[in-house]
Design a protein around this ligand. Structure first.
Ligand code: 7RM
Length: 652
């Protein structure tokens, strides 16, 4: 923290057109947002169209996990993302769908999107979906994903999108948790030239589930799939019978908009609930200022809508702002590692947003893939999902941006609804690896082990928030106590993020990563407990402990320490190791498959039986001599045995 960091001054041509022109301007606006939050957020709510004005800006009590914004106000998210743009920009492209094969892509105008969403909304209504009902959406990155989520918003149904890489079991868990009465999927998904049998995964997920009344199936490919009569319906057929208009429900600002499941350090994934007025205000405001989006800009967030980044920054933020947003169906390396820059050239993208893991994966393929394409349209480059290592940052800045683009390293979470700590174009100097400054209305603090707020500017601690903001999740669906416990009980009066963080002498924030048992694998958030519970379900496994370790591309790799039930030969061991890895892929999804499995004779446990992961984390990075205090272990000799096995593996 004390060493000097390279800094990059604000680029003049960026400042020339940015909304904010100076650090002073940011500071003044920030100060107002913190000193007079209600005044600030009252004004910002004018970004949206309200059917009926709200009575109170905020009513929040972090200590009790009670968060309410804009109560009494009536609005509709789909109306704000569609209808209100029609008179001014009905013919402007709302969504550029960039299909797996570029030639299959198309442009969808605001007018067309409005019509499709209305038809879809009518389909949902005709099938009995009512205000407040939950709808589970398991779709690949096709336009129907945008239609269905906005259709839910239009009629007041609550969507729960499940990333199309999740397993049948994961979908089933989520459907049961939120009691979704409808599931929306596609016959097949297409990604990187490969087909994914989504409908058959859903068939497995909903088998025998009484809550699910209907399954709506979109047709992405020509493949016919079995349809269960009375339960399964063709999306296209249903739409063809509907009118392209549908009134937007008047929702209260605090009515639920969506549930999104995310992993924590313990237990099953939590269904974070986001509501209507505060979420959309925050999504819209952050999208405007962080990406400095101007009318006519083409904006591309390469995330998947199955994660919160896609919810807020592919759909809700950009569409609320009347922008042109790209939906990318494929992967960064298909058909080759130049795909991102091919997209930038073809669509003249001005703002591009992706994850460090993708940057690292394509950087190692060589600069020629970037240089092949014209990137002169680019102005802002964003990153999100995990800490970005300075090497990847510099590559993004130098090679992709040719030192002409501003980089925004945006820190935020599923829980926060939108970006929280980030540089702003035109405002601050950039430091590779630093998320830099809090966004308007965001009041961070660092606390020490004892939970005491650290006042010094230069500090290292746990990142917390001392005031509520409109984008903050309102609850864990069906379990408010868990919401309170997880985020508001550690440090009473504060929201605890679960991240460690440094603050440098300039007051800039550097997020160091999770301090709990959550790991970020290729930008996908996973709980080690979930992976362990899948591993432990294998008949040959007695027990396991999972840790993350530094991985060149993924950021964090998954290492499982596994104890088998009985002594078995090396040949069988190898088979079991593979079977265990597959088990996790089947239970959770391929992206959760452990990179390494280490069969060990025991695990380091305290006398009370708690696994000391701290020791396993040290071993995973080869810090055998630096394990800290091991005297509380029930059997300290197990440590040397594990080190032995780890050394063997490293040798191989
Ligand atoms: C948006 C998203 C949240 C966790 C968070 C951090 C990590 C995200 C950054 C980052 C360092 C960043 N939501 N994280 N962004 N760490 N710098 N710019 O990723 O709920 O899936 O994950 O991701 O650990 O707590 S998430």
């Amino acid at each position: 923290m004390t060493e000097a960091h390279v800094t990059y001054p604000v680029l003049e041509h960026i400042r020339k057109r940015s909304y904010l022109k100076s650090r002073d301007e940011y500071t003044a606006m920030y100060k107002k947002s913190i000193d007079e939050p209600d005044e600030f957020w009252r004004e910002q709510a004018n970004r949206l169209d309200w059917f009926h004005p709200f009575q109170k800006v905020s009513d929040c009590d972090l200590a009790n996990a009670s968060i309410r914004w804009y109560e009494g106000g009536k609005l509709n998210v789909a109306h704000n993302c569609l209808d209100r743009h029609l008179s001014e920009r009905g013919d402007q492209t709302a969504i550029i769908w960039e299909a797996d094969e570029a030639k299959d892509g198309r442009h969808i105008s605001y007018r067309e999107l409005h019509a499709e969403v209305c038809k879809t909304a009518n389909v949902l209504k005709s099938m009995g979906v009512k205000r407040g009902d939950r709808v589970c959406i398991y779709l690949p990155m096709i336009p129907e994903l945008a239609y269905t989520m906005l259709a839910c918003a239009r009629i007041g149904a609550i969507h729960s999108i499940v990333f199309a890489g999740f397993s049948a079991e994961s979908i089933r868990d989520r459907i049961l948790d939120c009691e979704a009465k409808m599931v929306i999927t596609a016959n097949e998904g297409v990604r990187g030239g490969k087909r994914i049998a989504l409908k058959s995964i859903v068939d497995k997920a909903v088998e025998g589930l009484e809550v699910v009344e209907s399954v709506l199936v979109c047709r992405r490919t020509d493949t016919d799939v079995p349809m269960k009569s009375g339960r399964d319906f063709s999306f296209e057929e249903a739409c063809s019978k509907q009118r392209p208009t549908c009134p937007a429900e008047w929702m209260d600002a605090e009515d639920p908009l969506f549930i999104l499941y995310t992993s924590g350090s313990t237990g099953r994934p939590k269904g974070l609930l986001h509501t209507t007025g505060g979420y959309l205000t925050y999504a819209s405001l952050t999208h405007k200022y962080v990406f400095d989006v101007h009318p006519g800009d083409v904006y591309c967030c390469a995330a998947d809508i199955g994660w919160v980044t896609g919810h807020t920054y592919i759909i809700y933020g950009p569409l609320a702002n009347g922008a042109t947003t790209i939906m990318f169906e494929s992967v960064p390396t298909y058909p080759d590692p130049g795909r991102y820059w091919d997209i930038v050239e073809r669509h003249k993208v001005n703002i591009f947003y992706t994850a460090p893991t993708a940057i690292r994966a394509i950087a190692r393929e060589g600069d020629q893939w970037v240089k092949k394409y014209d990137r002169s349209s680019l102005r802002i480059l964003g990153t999100v999902g995990e800490p970005i290592n300075p090497e990847a940052w510099e590559w993004y800045y130098d090679v992709v941006g040719e030192q002409k683009c501003a980089i925004v390293d945006t820190w935020w979470q599923t829980e926060t609804g939108g970006i929280m700590i980030t540089p702003l174009p035109g405002v601050n100097e950039l430091k590779p690896g630093a998320a830099t400054l809090p966004f308007f209305g965001v009041h961070p603090c660092l606390v020490d082990e004892e939970g005491k707020k650290i006042e010094a500017t230069e500090a290292k601690g746990y990142l917390c928030m001392q005031a509520a903001w409109p984008g903050l999740a309102r609850t864990v669906y069906g379990d408010h106590e868990r919401f309170k416990q997880t985020y508001f009980s550690q440090y009473p009066g504060l929201y605890f993020t679960g991240d460690g963080c440094n603050r440098d002498k300039d007051g800039d924030y550097w997020i160091t990563g999770r301090v709990d048992d959550v790991i970020n694998v290729s930008g996908h958030r996973l709980g080690t407990a979930e992976i362990e519970s899948s591993i432990n379900a294998h008949p040959w496994v007695a027990e396991s402990a999972v840790v993350g370790y530094p991985h060149e591309i993924k950021g964090t790799g998954i290492l499982g320490f596994v104890i088998l039930n009985a002594n078995i030969g090396d040949q069988a061991k190898e088979e079991i190791v593979q079977a265990v890895r597959e088990q996790v892929a089947t239970d959770i999804g391929k992206f959760a498959r452990p990179d390494l499995i280490l069969v060990c004779p025991g695990l380091p446990k305290t006398r009370s039986g708690k696994i000391m992961r701290r020791i396993l984390r040290k071993i995973s990075v080869g810090e055998y001599g630096n394990l800290g205090n091991v005297t509380t272990l029930a059997d300290p000799s197990v440590v040397d045995q594990i080190i032995g096995v780890h050394k063997e593996m490293v040798k191989k």
